[in-house]
Write a protein that binds this ligand. Structure first.
Ligand code: PGA
Length: 313
């Protein structure tokens, strides 16, 4: 029998009210909470007012147009996060018992992974139409943050974190190459020394990117500094900047996309390239990998070559 003091928390409707409260606290706005939960804004206000009445404490205060958590709101928000992660754990265990079909797959991949992950997921969903699938795309640091918070079932890294205890399984080779526009003076030259690359205006990915780490390592190995013209936060923006004549860059070969016409971008023949990395499935040591996630890993092991690698231009 639950302690009498927590009975107010077990009232009918409490959980939906907490879900509304959590969204409003996280997003800092009733309007945005309403949008994210597909509710009308008055519903959000009513649910939060009822919650506040049940708990006999104010949860938000409005200063100007912004809402802020009161100390009671902050304590409740912390509790909500614990409560919802307990539900996540329950759901993980139950979905394990439901087997592959009743399960869900939350996959998080790094930015270049977006060029191939949808193809693998499409095949998976074809075979398991009832599985609920979500795909998150972040740079390396974004993925590490999610990994540490255990927010997904499975991660695809090109450069897994070295500071975390993890299990990894190779998926596909991920060659990193030097891209230039087809009319660049270095295009067509053989065995270009790294010093010539260091002289060119270079387009660098943002802080937190694994591609950026690899590019810096390549210049460091040669004892050189890149001549950074611009920092850009997506591979796609770098591709467009190369095409606009702003410079050259080191990117995953997958940035070209699959089955696409690469005629305007060329891969330069640079000494020490391609840099061979591997896409890897990664999950924390000790994680209970669900049957659904295992089934996806099996599919990728068997089909990644024919579905993805053979289509690389
Ligand atoms: P990123 O991806 O450059 O988007 O961070 C590569 C990686 O996983 O390290």
């Amino acid at each position: 029998m639950p302690h009498a003091g927590i009975r107010r928390h077990l009232r009918h409707g409490m959980l939906p009210q907490l879900a509304v409260f959590e969204a409003a606290a996280r997003l800092g706005s009733f309007t945005r909470a309403a949008e994210s939960l597909h509710l009308a804004q008055p519903t959000v206000s009513t649910q939060i007012r009822k919650l506040s009445e049940t708990l006999e404490l104010p949860l938000f205060e409005q200063i100007g147009r912004k809402v802020h958590l009161t100390p009671a709101g902050a304590a409740l928000y912390e509790g909500c996060q614990e409560l919802f992660s307990a539900f996540e754990r329950i759901e993980d265990r139950l979905s394990g018992l439901r087997g592959v079909e009743g399960g869900r797959l939350r996959l998080a991949v790094s930015t270049t992974g977006k060029y191939f992950a949808p193809r693998l997921l499409a095949r998976f969903v074809e075979q398991h139409p009832k599985v609920e699938v979500s795909l998150q795309i972040h740079n390396r640091q974004g993925l590490i943050d999610r990994f540490v918070r255990n927010e997904d079932d499975l991660y695809v890294f090109a450069n897994p974190p070295t500071e975390c205890e993890l299990v990894s399984q190779p998926i596909l080779p991920n060659p990193l190459v030097v891209f230039a526009r087809a009319d660049h003076p270095l295009a067509g030259q053989r065995r270009i020394p790294m010093s010539a690359i260091a002289d060119e205006p270079f387009l660098m990915r943002e802080q937190g990117s694994g591609t950026r780490l690899v590019a810096h390592e390549a210049f460091d190995r040669a004892g050189l500094q890149p001549n950074i013209r611009m920092e850009l936060s997506t591979n796609e923006a770098i591709k467009q900047a190369i095409l606009a004549g702003l410079g050259i860059s080191i990117l995953s070969r997958y940035t070209l996309g699959l089955d696409s016409d690469p005629s305007q971008l060329v891969v330069l023949d640079v000494e020490g390239f391609p840099i061979e990395r591997r896409w890897q499935f990664v999950y924390p040591v000790g994680k209970q990998v669900s049957p659904t996630a295992r089934a996806f890993m099996d599919l990728v092991r068997n089909e990644a070559k024919t579905l993805v690698q053979d289509h690389l231009p």
